[in-house]
Design a binder for this molecule. Structure first.
Ligand code: NAD
Length: 310
């Protein structure tokens, strides 16, 4: 998992859950990293969290103003709250403070860069780089431009993020929820439907993913799983069962009502399944295991090309 580093001065703006984790990604890759948050207490908390990480003496340059954070930055990762008006204002301020060829990337989970960069003088250098929480553990990043983003900036962002050890993917156009959340919620919707229809309980559905689908999906995506499932590959797999697949897809459940009682039922079943183990313990175990899985994959690449990508 050692990153092929492209060392660049970075500024992380917004030091919440995502910002502090991004800062750790850049620091670990050897990039001098400035950190700014409009809330001084939040900034201190984030800096303390980064310093407390056991894998290195990581020290961000803690800044008490935006212009100070922008000084010398070649790449900015914006991590402010998910509110369009605030991101628009913040991007206008970043654009005014950063030197002209600095890349301005947003961690937004939903907004179109064409909207975020609406009031920006140099929209060609503005790009979305949507991480998964937390990016220092889970490496995929969805990268896409707005209507006015320069294609070279998108390519440069992909290359830089690969260089700091992430696994960026290019999205060719904006769509609400991007790819990751759309895939996630397609599965969550059906899981809720199965629960609501009385087919299986929460623990059984989670087990099907944890001990079934999820084990393969950490190695191969849904298309590659289909290709490997048939001796003659995806053509035979999809082509051989067209009617069955379409019939099944047409029977998938509708969006659930998600009312209070239903949410309470899910939460109660989860509490029972977790027993005396705290949520904090679950999170810590999950993060350690994800790191182990990434290490195993990096040490056992399927082929040369994959090795280069990791
Ligand atoms: P958060 O609320 O934890 O942190 C946001 C931080 O921005 C706060 O510390 C706040 O003080 C600061 N802030 C507010 N206005 C600011 C300004 N003008 N200048 C500088 N800092 C300012 O939010 P988060 O969960 O870290 O999310 C940050 C971004 O990342 C959002 O766009 C979110 O959609 C995206 N994201 C979040 C997750 C997640 O699971 N939390 C996952 C992927 C992407």
């Amino acid at each position: 998992m050692s990153p092929r580093t492209v060392v660049r001065p970075v500024a992380v703006v917004g030091a919440g859950v995502i910002g502090r984790s991004w800062a750790l990604v850049f620091l670990r890759a050897g990039c001098p990293t400035a950190l700014f948050d409009s809330d001084g207490a939040q900034l201190e908390r984030a800096a303390a969290w980064i310093r407390s990480q056991q894998d290195g003496p990581w020290r961000p340059r803690v800044c008490d103003s935006l212009p100070q954070a922008m000084e010398g930055a070649a790449y900015v990762q914006e991590c402010g709250p998910e509110r369009l008006a605030l991101k628009q204002e913040l991007f206008a301020a970043l654009d005014g403070a950063a030197s002209p060829d600095t890349v301005l990337a947003s961690s937004t989970s939903a907004f179109d860069m064409s909207d975020i960069a609406r009031d920006v003088e140099h929209p060609q250098r503005c790009v979305v780089a949507h991480p998964v929480n937390p990016p220092h553990i889970v490496p995929v990043v969805e990268v896409l431009g707005g209507q006015l983003t320069a294609p070279a900036v998108v390519q440069d962002t992909l290359q830089f993020l690969r260089g700091v050890g992430q696994s960026p993917v290019l999205l060719k156009k904006h769509i609400h929820g991007f790819v990751l959340n759309r895939l996630q919620f397609a599965l969550v919707r059906e899981a809720m439907h199965l629960l609501d229809a009385g087919v299986a309980d929460v623990e059984a559905i989670d087990t099907v993913v944890r001990e079934g689908l999820g084990l393969r999906w950490a190695l191969l995506g849904p298309f590659a799983v289909a290709d490997a499932n048939n001796d003659d590959g995806a053509r035979a797999y999809f082509g051989g069962y067209v009617d069955w697949f379409i019939d099944l897809m047409n029977q998938l459940g509708p969006t659930p009502a998600l009312d209070k009682a239903f949410i309470e039922r899910i939460a109660r079943e989860l509490d029972d399944a977790r027993g005396s183990t705290s949520r904090e313990q679950v999170r810590g175990w999950r993060d350690r295991m994800v790191v182990e899985i990434r290490r195993l994959k990096a040490e056992n690449p399927l082929h040369e090309e994959q090795e280069q990508r990791l």
